[in-house]
Ligand binder design. Structure first.
Ligand code: AMP
Length: 400
C-alpha cells in the first residue's frame, strides 16, 4: 500500500511542497506558491496526469496558501486518504547544536526552532510560520522537522570550532553548523548503494553545486567536515554569495569605504559570487559568456574551479582514504565542463575522469576505469530524503 509524506519548504513569502510516495520515491503532486502577502501572488500546482495549474492571485498568508493547495488536491487529486498520508515533513534550516536528527514537532520543539532565529534570521522564522500554518491545516497528522544542519553535528570540534575567544563563541553559539545536510546525507547514502558497499565502510566527498554550493567529507555515513560555516555564506563560490573571504575585508569596507554592516551583508550574500564577478549569477549564462571569450566570465569560472579543487584536496587529506567523489545539484549534475575543471590536474591523486562519461547525463560513474577514486554524478533528492526521515520517525515512534 502507498505511504506518502507531504514535504514542505516554507520561505518568508513562499511555500514549496511535494507529496512524496515514500517507498517508490515518486512525486504524487508538487507546487510552489510565491509572493505570499503581496498583491501579485503566483501559485503553481502539478501532479502526474494533469495539466499544470497556474494562478495569479493574492495569497494573504501561509494558511491561505495551504488552503489553496488543499483545494487543488481536492480538484485534481490525489486524495490524501488514498495516498495514505502518514506525516508532514518540514525543512528547517537551522537546528543549532541541539537537533542532530529529525524530530517530531510539538509546542516545545516549535519554540526551540523559534529560539534559533538569531542564528538564521532569514530562514527559521519563515520555517516556523510554515510549521504553524501546516499544523493548523493538517491537525490530525504527525509533523516532523528535518534540519539542514543535523547531518553535520557529527563534525568533530577540531573542524567545527573557530579559533576565536572561547567564551564569546560559547555565549553567541558561534561554530560551524554546515547546511544542505539532507542533500549530503541522501547523496552519500546513495553513493554507498551505487558502490555496492556498506555505508559504514565508504568515504565520500559530496560536492553539492547549485545556486548555493557546499562540499562535505563523509566518513562511513557521517559528516566530518563541510564547507559552509555558522551561516551558508562560507566556503565555495556560489551564485550570489562570495564563499570564503578574509574577514578583514568586512572591517576594511566598513572603515575605509564607509559601508554599513547591512550593506556589506547584502554585498557578500546577494551581489557576490558569480553575479558579482560577471554580472549574472546563473552558471549557464556564465559558461556561455566564457565560451564567447569574455574575459571576466573565463576568470570567474577559474575562480570557482580553483576553490573547488582546493576544497577537494583538503577533504582528501581529512578523509585519508577516499572511495568516491559525488557531484550533485544544478551545476554538479549538469555542467560537464565545471566537473572537469574542478578535478583537472588531480590525476596524480588518483582522480581521472572519462570525458565521454562526463559528457553523458543521469546518475552514472564519470571516472575512467583505472581511476583509484571513483567519480560519480548522483542527482540529489532532498524531498525524498525528508520523506524517508519522516517515515522512519513515524515507524519507530508511532508519532501521532
Ligand atoms: P540549483 O540551485 O540546484 O537549482 O542549481 C542552479 C544552478 O544550476 C544555476 O547556476 C544554473 O545555471 C545551474 N545549471 C542548471 N542547469 C545547468 C546546465 N545544463 N549547465 C550548467 N549549469 C546549469
Amino acid at each position: 500500500m502507498t505511504r506518502s509524506v507531504f514535504v514542505i519548504n516554507a520561505g518568508s513569502s513562499s511555500l514549496k511542497y511535494q507529496l512524496v510516495d515514500v517507498d517508490s520515491g515518486a512525486s504524487l503532486a508538487s507546487g510552489l506558491i510565491e509572493r505570499i502577502g503581496e498583491t501579485t501572488g503566483e501559485a503553481r500546482h502539478e501532479a502526474p496526469g494533469i495539466e499544470r495549474v497556474t494562478e495569479r492571485r493574492v495569497i494573504t498568508d501561509h494558511e491561505h496558501a495551504f488552503g489553496w493547495v488543499l483545494q487543488q488536491l481536492d480538484r485534481h487529486g490525489p486524495d490524501l486518504d488514498d495516498a495514505n498520508l502518514i506525516g508532514i515533513g518540514h525543512r528547517v534550516v537551522q537546528g543549532g547544536a541541539r537537533f542532530d536528527r529529525a524530530v517530531a514537532i510539538d509546542d516545545d520543539v516549535a519554540q526551540q526552532i523559534g529560539d534559533l532565529a538569531p542564528l538564521a534570521p532569514l530562514h527559521n522564522p519563515a520555517n516556523l510560520q510554515g510549521i504553524r500554518s501546516a499544523r493548523a491545516t493538517f491537525p490530525g497528522h504527525p509533523h516532523v522537522a528535518v534540519f539542514d544542519t543535523a547531518f553535520h553535528l557529527t563534525i568533530p570540534p577540531a573542524a567545527h570550532r573557530y579559533a576565536i575567544d572561547a567564551s564569546v563563541a560559547a555565549e553567541h553559539r558561534i561554530r560551524k553548523y554546515g547546511f544542505h545536510g539532507t542533500s549530503h546525507q541522501y547523496v552519500s547514502r546513495r553513493m554507498a548503494e551505487l558502490l555496492g558497499r556498506p555505508l559504514e565502510e565508504v568515504n565520500t566527498i559530496v560536492l553539492h553545486l547549485g545556486n548555493g554550493a557546499s562540499a562535505t567529507a563523509v566518513r562511513g555515513g557521517r559528516s566530518v567536515e563541510t564547507s559552509m560555516g555558522m551561516t551558508p555564506l562560507a566556503g565555495l563560490v556560489m551564485g550570489t554569495r562570495s564563499g570564503d573571504i578574509d574577514p578583514g575585508v568586512i572591517f576594511h569596507l566598513h572603515r575605509e569605504a564607509g559601508m554599513s554592516i547591512d550593506a556589506i551583508d547584502t554585498l557578500l550574500n546577494k551581489r557576490s559570487g558569480l553575479l558579482g564577478l560577471t554580472g549574472t549569477g546563473d552558471m549557464r549564462d556564465v559558461r556561455q559568456a566564457a565560451d564567447a571569450g569574455i574575459p571576466r566570465a573565463v576568470e570567474a569560472l577559474e575562480i570557482v574551479a580553483h576553490r573547488l579543487r582546493g576544497t577537494v584536496g583538503a577533504y582528501l587529506a581529512h578523509l585519508g582514504r577516499t572511495d568516491a567523489i559525488a557531484f550533485t545539484a544544478g551545476i554538479g549534475e549538469n555542467s560537464a565542463p565545471m566537473r572537469a575543471d574542478a578535478l583537472a590536474g588531480l590525476e596524480g591523486l588518483g582522480i581521472v575522469l572519462d570525458p565521454e562519461r562526463n559528457a553523458g547525463s543521469g546518475e552514472r560513474r564519470i571516472s575512467a576505469d583505472g581511476s583509484a577514486i571513483e567519480v560519480w554524478v548522483v542527482p540529489t533528492n532532498e524531498e525524498l530524503e525528508i520523506a524517508r526521515q519522516v517515515a522512519e520517525l513515524v515507524d519507530s515512534s508511532g508519532a501521532e
